[in-house]
Design a protein around this ligand. Structure first.
Ligand code: NAD
Length: 381
């Protein structure tokens, strides 16, 4: 099934990129279509880049429609795609006792081996951020650590031997630590920034778990002599991030620490609406913003689409790099420029950023800003 966003070009039967649209819950129904529209607008500027979009059911709307939050037909379709948008999942509102109302996003991260979660934090001087000149990326290992919903092959890593005793098992593997570390060093090499990787741990206490993580990062660091490498204890880093975030470039962390630190970082630059994310593994990629489904503002069309738009931008850039497709990379660059222009001028921004624009109006302003760019503007070559 091709969605309404698909644009057919004469004489071409196979699109270069097949991308799924999984809207999720609550504000996902508002921000994901806007992000898709912006991506389509960007690639329309480059005749060599084509996207086949595929709408797929997920989350509570899917539960109401077909009785499952993670239907098999969605899963089957994802294996054949290049990547997909996953909107925020409001699983805390799902029925508790129905196994068909599972939380799909940890499952997807695990099923598709999406080991690294890349979460950038960037300040804009036009916005009332706690800090200016912030430009860092946190790589969070995505599938193990303390998260019991994904760190076991079967069973759960949380259990209660007695009604008054709960236990949680933390899992760290060399394989996933190495993948996350490599993602961090490769990114540090690509970025035009401090060329530094900071690895976060608490090996003062978790001598084996964090010890294995840090030892693995240190091993990977030897392959990147051009990148400065440092390690920091998580509590010290949490404080330093609030006081001097400008000191950091690429940060790599185990799962739970990364989950907390990325929300903290988002708070420095305007909140969760400003926190995009990309989940990547050896084969698949999933654009998933850091924020949740925000039921408190859902249905009002005031959610900030920045996080989801930039998650899509990262996915396009990642796919372009993977396929050596300069036009896709340039289209991704155009999105960044268009978004930057809207934020710099505060032309049409949502209420969380102090504006009055709706989600759709902010997306439309990004499209308009891109239309005014000459193709290849701000070329990255
Ligand atoms: P949340 O991220 O949904 O919201 C926290 C606060 O940030 C709210 O005040 C919300 O209005 C605001 N916010 C979030 N995104 C915004 C945006 N794009 N624009 C403007 N404001 C935004 O966290 P929560 O309220 O703790 O969780 C709500 C639901 O989302 C829960 O079911 C939770 O489990 C789920 N959740 C899902 C994900 C995910 O899918 N990745 C992540 C976190 C939470």
């Amino acid at each position: 099934m091709l969605s309404k966003y698909h644009k057919w070009r004469e004489g071409e039967e196979v699109a270069k990129y097949s991308i799924g649209i999984l809207q999720g819950d609550d504000i996902g129904l508002e921000v994901v279509p806007v992000a898709v529209k912006v991506l389509q607008e960007a690639v329309d500027r480059y005749p060599g880049v084509k996207i086949d979009w595929l709408d797929l059911p997920i989350g509570y709307p899917s539960y109401l429609e077909c009785g499952e939050t993670m239907p098999q037909r969605t899963l089957d379709a994802l294996y054949d795609l290049d990547g997909w948008f996953l909107g925020p999942i409001g699983h805390m509102a799902y029925p508790r006792d129905d196994p068909k109302a599972m939380n799909p996003h940890p499952f997807l991260r695990r099923e598709f081996d999406l080991v690294s979660n890349i979460r950038p934090t960037k300040s804009f001087s036009s916005l009332p951020c706690l800090h200016q000149s912030v430009d860092l990326v946190i790589i969070r290992e995505n599938n193990e650590g303390f998260q019991p919903d994904r760190n076991m092959f079967r069973g759960t890593a949380e259990y209660m031997p007695t009604p008054d005793l709960a236990m949680s098992v933390r899992v760290i593997t060399r394989r996933n630590s190495e993948f996350a570390a490599r993602t961090a060093f490769e990114l540090a090499r690509q970025r035009n920034s401090l060329k530094k990787v900071t690895a976060i741990h608490k090996n003062t206490v978790f001598k084996l778990g964090c010890g294995l993580f840090i030892d693995t990062c240190q091993e990977v660091a030897k392959e990147y002599p051009d990148i400065e490498f440092e390690t920091m204890v998580v509590d010290t880093f949490a404080m330093a991030l609030v006081m001097r975030p400008q000191k950091y470039d690429v940060v790599v962390s185990t799962n739970m620490f990364g989950d907390i630190l990325t929300d903290e970082a988002a708070g420095l630059v305007g909140g969760l609406g400003m926190a995009p994310g990309l989940c990547v593994g050896p084969r698949y990629v999933m654009a998933q913003a850091t924020h949740g489904s925000a039921p408190d503002i859902a249905g009002r069309h005031i959610a900030n689409p920045y996080a989801m738009i930039m998650s899509g931008q990262m996915m396009l850039s990642w796919l372009g790099n993977k396929k050596g497709d300069g036009e896709a990379i340039q289209a991704a660059r155009d999105i960044e420029l268009g978004v930057g222009k809207v934020l710099d001028e505060l032309a049409a921004v949502t209420p969380d950023l102090g504006g009055k624009a709706s989600t759709g109006e902010m997306g439309e302003a990004v499209c308009a800003a891109m239309r005014n760019l000459p193709p290849g503007a701000g070329s990255i070559y």
